[in-house]
Write a protein that binds this ligand. Structure first.
Ligand code: FAD
Length: 281
């Protein structure tokens, strides 16, 4: 973890684009509350293959106009170079300086007809089109990407994104701190020198978390899973336990020199704010 300690610790919050006017109103309030914590930026997810893309653009521009820094996620699977170029120009023209560059996943039933296969190709394209204008974040997987052939290949593929010009990385969420430490050390051994910021998923809803985790390959350790199952409908106890576990994880991460935290807010203030308060940040 030595190289990570050289970086300033940064904090950021992730949103998804709201689907309804009520959701948009609620998100404005959440954003205003979280903006008081002075994050480096708010990022907004992007649906691969067409879904919710306009929502991402609208949300990002609104955040930027409100005076905070916005970072759009941009996934490339199923896209043409021309469509990505248009988006990059739009963001550049609106003062956006940071992009989270991803491959994304094709929605089921859609054909993969785009001009990009992997995120490293997107990073390369952004650099060739816009030089050093954007700070490029990429995704990292301490417990490995679900489609990875093996751990070593996945690390080599992560390095491709860094070699293509990524400035920093945000991890998939994890609850095994050892997986993150080992991942960072393996990256150091490969000569990767960028901040690898842990992604933090607050625990508020067991069924939802279990579903997400099955999809994205993040492990909920057995002892946490068993406790969460045991709470049943007792949401108050579940949330208190979830807060305890995630705040302790964050505390340890910052202690060992993680270069900040990126919170998956799920468009809610409470869970992130509670962890923040526990950390005394
Ligand atoms: P890549 O880095 O391209 O990797 C994908 C897989 O291909 C890996 O198994 C890798 O080992 C392999 N691979 C990579 N490069 C090569 C290569 N050159 N040759 C052969 N194999 C290769 N999804 C969305 O749709 N929208 C979002 O907004 C979004 N935000 C995210 C934010 C974060 C912080 C994270 C961690 C994930 C996010 N995702 C999002 C999910 C992400 O799109 C999926 O995990 C997707 O399956 C992989 O994207 P990637 O950019 O990591 O892909």
């Amino acid at each position: 973890m030595e190289s990570q300690q050289d970086y300033e610790q940064t904090f950021s919050f992730e949103f998804f684009p709201p689907k309804t006017p009520e959701g948009a109103d609620k998100l404005r309030k959440v954003r205003d509350e979280l903006a008081k914590l002075n994050p480096l930026y708010f990022s907004v997810t992007f649906g691969a293959g067409g879904s919710t893309q306009q929502g991402t653009i609208d949300t990002v521009l609104e955040i930027q106009q409100s005076g905070s820094n916005a970072a759009p996620h941009l996934s490339c699977i199923g896209s043409t170079k021309e469509s990505i170029r248009e988006l990059l120009n739009k963001y550049k023209d609106n003062g956006i300086k940071r992009i989270v560059a991803l491959r994304g996943d094709m929605p089921s039933g859609m054909q993969e007809t785009g001009e990009f296969r992997y995120a490293n190709e997107l990073v390369e394209f952004i650099r060739s089109e816009t030089g050093s204008h954007f700070h490029i974040e990429v995704a990292a997987y301490p417990e490995f990407h679900p489609q990875a052939r093996d751990a070593e290949t996945d690390l080599a593929n992560f390095k491709r994104k860094v070699d293509a010009g990524a400035d920093s990385a945000l991890t998939q969420y994890f609850y095994n701190i050892d997986a993150y430490v080992r991942f960072v050390e393996d990256c150091e051994a490969l000569g990767i020198k960028i901040p690898i910021v842990p992604g933090i998923m607050p625990i508020t809803n067991y069924k939802q978390l279990a579903r997400f985790s099955d999809m994205c390959g993040a492990e909920i350790p057995r002892w946490i899973r068993k406790r969460l199952e045991g709470f049943g409908d007792d949401i108050t106890s579940l949330r208190a336990f979830g807060l305890d576990v995630t705040a302790e994880l964050c505390d340890e991460l910052l202690d060992i020199g993680a270069p900040g935290l990126h919170f998956y807010t799920m468009n809610q203030t409470g869970p992130t704010l509670e962890i923040w308060k526990e950390l005394g940040l």
